[in-house]
Design a protein around this ligand. Structure first.
Ligand code: GTP
Ligand code: MG
Length: 202
């Protein structure tokens, strides 16, 4: 199915985000984990800026996505957290910004938390998962950069990470923006998050 994507806005604060009741799915994860690459891979276009230099996405970048004839939704690319080279000042800005975002939005249907398949989840990752569980935002975990591992190693890491974080198997999606692995599964999982509200409104 064809997926169309357009850049909507680079929001400086939560106030700049769209308020039009279109469902929102936000991406969170460490700097450099592959958030922008994941967006580009999902929509098969280069709409989001990626970089080898971590911490490039400073603001919430919002993309409007439409898949076939389904209703559109927003993908919100939030700034990455926990990169050592980002100044303390920037780090302390991160939490209030995300908290403000989560508080502001009534359009948010779910979060995609990205983890690098090859790395151990950090304290920041765990704190983020706990926080999302606390505020009861449905969360999908995308394990990125699986192309860097053999199939069997990626499979083993998926099981290890799921167990370490007490995640349900259907909550975890191995993904590669290089090969496109997991693309259809992630689009389906996002559609599930976007959809229930739609049927309620109908
Ligand atoms: P910030 O915006 O800084 O928070 O980073 P980000 O999470 O948006 O990461 P980005 O998508 O810019 O990717 C960071 C680096 O990882 C880039 O060099 C990408 O090319 C690389 N990368 C991202 N996804 C993949 C993947 O699936 N496989 C491989 N091999 N490299 C990837
Ligand atoms: Mg980015």
């Amino acid at each position: 199915m064809k997926v169309e994507a357009v850049f909507v806005v680079s929001a400086a604060t939560a106030r700049d985000l769209p308020r039009d009741r279109v469902a929102e799915i936000a991406l969170v994860g460490r700097s450099n984990v592959g958030k922008s690459s994941l967006i580009n891979a999902l929509v098969r276009q280069r709409v989001a800026r990626t970089s080898g230099a971590p911490g490039k996405t400073r603001l919430a970048n919002v993309y409007r996505i439409r898949r076939g004839t389904e209703p559109p939704f927003y993908l919100v690319d939030l700034p990455g957290y926990g990169y050592a080279r980002i100044s303390k000042e920037k780090k302390s800005e991160w939490r209030p910004m995300i908290a403000a975002y989560l508080k502001r939005t009534s359009q948010l249907r779910g979060i995609v938390l990205l983890l690098d398949t090859r790395r151990e989840p950090t304290d920041d990752d765990r704190a983020m998962l706990d926080f999302l569980a606390e505020v009861e935002v449905p969360t999908i975990v995308a394990l990125t950069k699986t192309d860097r591992l053999s199939k069997s190693a990626a499979h083993a890491r998926t099981a290890e990470i799921s167990q370490a974080l007490a995640l349900d198997a259907d909550q975890v999606i191995p993904f590669s923006s290089v090969t496109g692995a997991g693309r259809v599964e992630l689009l389906e999982a996002i559609a599930q998050l976007v959809e229930p509200q739609r049927s309620l409104e109908e």
